[in-house]
Ligand binder design. Structure first.
Ligand SMILES: N[C@@H](CCC(=O)N[C@@H](CS)C(=O)NCC(=O)O)C(=O)O
Length: 222
C-alpha cells in the first residue's frame, strides 16, 4: 500500500493531463474537430466560448487560451494548445490512425486531403464570413452569397463522378469540415437545393452517429 499509493497518484495525474479539451461555439467551424474527436473515439471535454465577450463558460479569459480569439482551439495537455481547424483535425487523425480519418502523411492522397481542407478553409469558409458580420452592408452580403454559390458549385463538380465522400469511398476529416461549413448555407438563405450531390453528401454525413452526438452536445438540432 505504501508503495502503491504514489503510483496511483501519478497515474491519475497523468490521465488528467491527457484529457483533451475542445473550445467551441455551437455550430461554428469548431463543429468540425468536434465531429472528428468523436469519430476517432477520443476522450475529451468541451468548453463553450463566447467569442464576442472573449470569455469561456467557466469564466476564463479566452485570449489567454487562443490569443487569436476565435474557435476552435484544442487543449492537448496542460500548456499545449493547437489552433486552426485544418491543423487540429489532421492532428487528431494522425494520433488515431486506426480510425482512418486521413491518408498517411507524405502521400499524394494526404496532399489531396490538404487540398480539400485548404479550399474549404480559405475559399468556402471565409466566403461565408461577411454573411455573419453585423456590420456587412447588403451589397457585401449579395457579393458574399455569389461567392459562396461559386464555391459550392465547384464542390458539386468534384462530386460529379459519384464518389461517396470528398476523398472517394471513405469519410475523412475533410468531410467533417465540409459538412460544418456547407450547413451554413441553410441559415444564410442560400440553401443546398442547387447542388444535389453536395446536398446528398451533407445528408449522408448527418446520419453518422458522431455527427448526431456532436450536434446534440452543442445543443443543435440534426
Ligand atoms: N483560421 C481559423 C478561423 C476560425 C474562425 O473563423 N472561427 C470563427 C467561427 S467559425 C470564430 O470564432 N469567429 C469569431 C471571431 O473571429 O471573433 C480556422 O481555420 O480555424
Amino acid at each position: 500500500m505504501l508503495v502503491l499509493t504514489p503510483i496511483v497518484r501519478s497515474l491519475s495525474t497523468q490521465n488528467k493531463a491527457l484529457i483533451m479539451k475542445l473550445f467551441y461555439a455551437p455550430g461554428a467551424c469548431s463543429l468540425s474537430p468536434h465531429i472528428v474527436l468523436r469519430e476517432a473515439g477520443v476522450t475529451f471535454t468541451l468548453e463553450k466560448v463566447d467569442t464576442v465577450t472573449g470569455t469561456t463558460e467557466s469564466g476564463a479569459d479566452y485570449s489567454r487560451i487562443n490569443a487569436k480569439g476565435y474557435v476552435p482551439a484544442l487543449q492537448i495537455e496542460d500548456g499545449a494548445v493547437l489552433t486552426e481547424g485544418a491543423a487540429v483535425v489532421q492532428f487528431i487523425a494522425d494520433q488515431h490512425p486506426d480510425a482512418k480519418l486521413a491518408p498517411a502523411a507524405g502521400s499524394l492522397e494526404r496532399a489531396r486531403l490538404q487540398e480539400h481542407l485548404n479550399f474549404i478553409a480559405s475559399e468556402l469558409h471565409k466566403a461565408f464570413t461577411p454573411l455573419f458580420k453585423p456590420d456587412s452592408t447588403d451589397e457585401m452580403k449579395t457579393a458574399a452569397k455569389a461567392n459562396v454559390r461559386r464555391r459550392l458549385g465547384q464542390i458539386e463538380q468534384q462530386l460529379a463522378d459519384g464518389r461517396d465522400y470528398l476523398m472517394g469511398e471513405d469519410f475523412t476529416v475533410a468531410d467533417a469540415y465540409l459538412f460544418t461549413v456547407a450547413n451554413w448555407a441553410i441559415p444564410t438563405g442560400i440553401g443546398l437545393g442547387a447542388w444535389p450531390r453536395l446536398k446528398a453528401l451533407v445528408t449522408r454525413i448527418a446520419e453518422r452517429p458522431s455527427v448526431k452526438a456532436a450536434l446534440a452536445a452543442e445543443g443543435l438540432a440534426a
